[in-house]
Design a protein around this ligand. Sequence first.
Ligand SMILES: Cc1cc2nc3c(=O)[nH]c(=O)nc-3n(C[C@H](O)[C@H](O)[C@H](O)COP(=O)(O)OP(=O)(O)OC[C@H]3O[C@@H](n4cnc5c(N)ncnc54)[C@H](O)[C@@H]3O)c2cc1C
Length: 222
Amino acid sequence: MKPPRFEYHAPSTVDETCALLASLEDAKVLAGGQSLMPLLNFRLARPAHLVVEDSELVARVCPLLSAATRLVAHRVIRNRGTLCGSIAHADPASELPAVLLALGGHVVARSKRGERKIEAGGLFAGVFETSIAPDELLVEAWFPKSPKPFAILEESRRHGDFALAGVVRAGDTLALFGVAPTPVLADAKDPSRGLQPSSDLEATPEFRLHLVRALTLKAFAA
Ligand SMILES: Cc1cc2nc3c(=O)[nH]c(=O)nc-3n(C[C@H](O)[C@H](O)[C@H](O)COP(=O)(O)OP(=O)(O)OC[C@H]3O[C@@H](n4cnc5c(N)ncnc54)[C@H](O)[C@@H]3O)c2cc1C
């Protein structure tokens, strides 16, 4: 299918982008387009670019972020997709939002009204929902240094697919993804407590709960 008709604006600065977001009704930021374009094409429904996968600095300071990035889709998709786009998209099965949550990071959103910091704990509101306002542009994502030990483990049907369930360990902190409407913090001793994962063609809720328990054991066994 082809996307519905829309007017395309190509601002060249953050200020121009914020001015457009403030003046236009029903506008969307297009970053890498790897999530937004399929949504438009299916008729189910614009920039900050940051490449982190091969960065030596990121690998040294926040190896957890490097490891998580390699689990996102395939390289060809990652080369277009952006880190802020992944966070703003807030897919419950995404790796990077869970890493942000596990590390206690934050993002910076800018609009014509000014700039504000949003802690990871207050950012993810539901499936594909965040506390970023329609006129706001994510301009920064802050990932604190990875504590040791750290791990990110997930199970997916095929390499590059979204995870059926996944766990992020940052020191003693555990965050889960793919098992709730948002990434969630959990108790490593009883990681599946209170979870009600969804059922779909890929996995039953029980299987997702089993995966969370097994992956947590593995992440904390090291
Ligand atoms: C086959 C396939 C497999 C994939 N597998 C995975 C996977 O395993 N794990 C995973 O996490 N992702 C996966 N993805 C998604 C991919 O990583 C996306 O690129 C990413 O989620 C969105 O980034 P983007 O830059 O392409 O955003 P876009 O698609 O351009 O935008 C996504 C949403 O975020 C908003 N947005 C984008 N940037 C900003 C900003 N700076 N400020 C405010 N709002 C903004 C847009 O308006 C839109 O609503 C997959 C995608 C494909 C096509």
